[in-house]
Design a binder for this molecule. Structure first.
Ligand code: FAD
Length: 411
C-alpha cells in the first residue's frame, strides 16, 4: 500500500492502521536511495514528497524545511538571500533522506557533515505522537536522526536548519587526464590530500568518457567556497602548482560556475531515469595497497556515465554528539549505471563485487551511497550502532519501521 499524506493527521492515521493490521512502514522523501531502501516486502510506503514547503529566516540564519524539499531547490532560494547550506550535489535528492544519513554537500569539509547543521526536527514517532527533538528535548531522537539514515524509526515532517552567509569567493578548477597518467594522478591526489584546505571539496571522477567527449580518463575537480581572498588563494594553490598539471589534456582556470551551472555539471555524472549499482568505502590504506584495485576499476569500469569517485575528506575531529560516526581520509565510491533492464545482469553487481575485493582496505561505508541490499558493511561505529539500536528498542518496540536492508553484527 502506498500512502501520500496531505497532513500530519493522515500520517498518524496511517501509522495507527499499520499497527492494527500488523504491517511495517517505509518512508520515502525524494526517492533517491540507491538501494531503493523504501521498497520492502509487506510494507506500507509513506511518500513525503508533498511535505516540501520551507521558510527562510535571514535574520536568525535559520530555516524550516519539509523532507520533500530538494537540496538544489533550497540552495537556489538561499543564494537569492546570499545565504548557504551544505546541500547535496545533485538535483532531485531531497533533504529527508540526505540529512538523516549525514549529508555530504557543498562546502561540506568546512561546514561539516550537513546533519551537523540540523538544530531540531519535528518527528512523528512509532506510537503516532508528534514531537520536537533537539539537544534539550527528545534528545535521543535528535541523536539518532543525525546518522541513522535509512534505518531511522520515525517520520520526519520538518527539519530546523542552521544557515550560513554565502561564501564570497566561489570557483571550480578542473584538470583532466587521460588514463595513461593514472598512477601519477592518484599518487598526487594521495600525497596532497592531507594538506588540501577545508574550503576545497577535492574529488576525482574516473569514467570512460571524460566530459562526454574525451574518452577514458580522470577529471580532478576542485570546487572552492572561501570566505576571504586569502582563503581563496590558499585553496587554489595546490591545483595551480600541481606538479602534474602539464600532463592534463585540459586544465581550466578558476571560474565561478553560478548555482545553475554547478548543478548542471554534477548531473552529467548522475543522470535521472537510470538503473544504478552503487557501493562505497572509507579508507586510509596506503596507496600501494589501493593502486592494484584502482587499476582493476579502470580496466573493468562500465560505460559512461558510470564512474569511480575519489573524494578527499580528511576529516577533523567529529565533535558533535550524534549517531553519525563513520568517516576516514578518503572516500571511494563506484557508480555503475545503465539505461535498459536487460543490462542489469551485466552491470548490476560490478560495484558490490569490486568493493568486496577491497573490503580489507576499508574502515566502513557511507549511508549516502549504500548498497546494503547487496553487501553488508559497517556504517556507524560499533558503540553508536549499539546505542542506536537501544534507542530503537525504546522508541519502536514493536518494530513498526523497517531497518536498513542489512546491518553489521554489533560486537
Ligand atoms: C543522483 C544522486 C546524487 C546524490 N548525491 C548525494 C550527495 O551529493 N551527497 C550525499 O550525501 N548524498 C547523495 N546522494 C545520496 C542521497 O543523499 C541518499 O540516497 C538520500 O537518502 C536521498 O534522500 P531522498 O529523500 O531523496 O531519498 P529517499 O529514497 O526518499 O530516502 C532514503 C531513506 O531515508 C529514509 N527517509 C527519507 N525520508 C524520510 C522521512 N521524512 N522520515 C523518515 N525517514 C525518511 C527512508 O528510510 C528512506 O528509505 C545522492 C543520491 C543520488 C541518487
Amino acid at each position: 500500500m502506498v500512502v501520500e499524506p496531505k497532513s500530519i493527521q493522515d500520517i498518524i492515521a496511517t501509522l495507527t492502521y499499520a499497527r492494527a493490521t500488523r504491517q511495517k512502514i517505509t518512508v520515502c522523501s525524494g526517492g533517491h536511495s540507491f538501494s531503493a531502501n523504501h521498497l520492502r516486502d509487506n510494507s506500507m510506503l509513506i511518500l513525503m514528497k508533498g511535505f516540501n514547503s520551507y521558510e527562510i529566516n535571514a535574520d536568525t540564519l535559520t530555516a524550516k524545511a519539509g523532507p520533500g524539499v530538494g537540496g538544489s531547490v533550497l540552495m537556489l532560494e538561499l543564494y537569492k538571500h546570499n545565504l548557504f547550506f551544505p546541500a547535496g550535489h545533485c538535483k532531485g535528492v531531497c533533504i529527508g533522506g540526505y540529512l538523516l544519513q549525514g549529508g555530504y554537500g557543498w562546502n561540506g569539509r568546512k561546514l561539516g557533515i550537513a546533519c551537523q547543521s540540523v538544530i531540531g526536527l519535528d518527528i512523528i514517532t512509532a506510537d503516532g505522537e508528534l514531537v520536537h527533538a533537539n539537544a534539550e528535548q527528545n534528545s535521543d531522537l535528535f541523536w539518532a536522526a543525525r546518522g541513522a539514515g535509512p534505518g531511522f524509526f520515525g517520520i520526519v515532517i520538518c527539519f530546523h536548519l542552521k544557515l550560513y552567509p554565502i561564501p564570497k569567493y566561489r570557483a571550480i578548477i578542473a584538470h583532466d587526464f587521460y588514463m595513461n597518467h593514472l598512477e601519477d594522478v592518484y599518487t598526487w591526489a594521495y600525497e596532497v590530500g592531507p594538506v588540501i584546505p577545508k574550503a576545497v571539496e577535492f574529488q576525482m571522477i574516473m569514467s570512460n568518457n571524460m566530459l562526454n567527449l574525451l574518452g577514458p580518463g580522470i577529471e580532478a575537480i576542485a570546487p572552492i567556497f572561501a570566505d576571504t581572498k586569502d582563503e581563496y588563494e590558499e585553496a587554489m594553490a595546490f591545483m595551480k602548482n600541481s606538479p602534474i598539471k602539464s600532463k592534463a589534456v585540459i586544465a581550466t582556470p578558476a571560474f565561478n560556475p553560478g548555482i545553475d551551472m554547478l548543478y548542471k555539471t554534477t548531473m552529467t555524472h548522475y543522470p535521472e531515469e537510470q538503473y544504478w549499482g552503487v557501493d562505497n568505502m572509507w579508507t586510509h590504506a596506503p596507496l600501494n595497497d589501493l593502486m592494484p584495485f584502482i587499476k582493476e576499476i579502470a580496466r573493468t569500469l562500465p560505460p559512461e556515465p558510470s564512474h569511480f569517485l575519489w573524494l578527499n575528506w580528511h576529516p577533523g575531529h567529529l565533535s558533535t554528539d550524534m549517531a553519525y560516526s563513520n568517516e576516514d581520509n578518503t572516500y571511494l565510491a563506484l557508480y555503475s549505471t545503465w539505461k535498459n533492464a536487460e543490462d542489469t545482469p551485466t552491470y548490476g553487481d560490478w560495484a558490490a563485487n569490486m568493493m568486496r575485493q577491497m573490503a580489507h582496505l576499508s574502515t566502513g561505508i557511507q549511508l549516502a551511497d549504500e548498497g546494503l541490499h547487496q553487501r553488508t558493511a559497517p556504517f556507524l561505529s560499533n558503540s553508536h550502532l549499539k546505542k542506536l539500536q537501544e534507542i530503537r528498542a525504546q522508541r519502536d518496540p514493536h518494530g513498526l519501521f523497517y531497518e536498513w536492508h542489512s546491518r553489521p553484527v554489533i560486537k
